[in-house]
Design a protein. Sequence first.
Length: 99
Amino acid sequence: MARLEGTNLKFFEKLANTDLLILDDFGLTTFGQQHSLDLTEDRHACRATIIASKLPVASWYDLFAEETIADAILDRLIHTSHRVELTGESLRKKTVMLS
């Protein structure tokens, strides 16, 4: 519906012009063809994007519906990125004791 009304285009134009886009919990769901293209098309090599995911990068390929699209997007995301891999227990598991 948003595509028909044109609001989807406006939303993605705002994303494309945002200096920093943070995608948290990347990989919780798979991407359809159009969603995949929307994700990276206008941001590649222009703006900064931070992706946080519990899913190993080696498993990201399975998130995309088409192999060709997956190759193109992952090439843009991974091969031009700086990777920081965290190890250890999740900070969400730690409870804070208030006294």
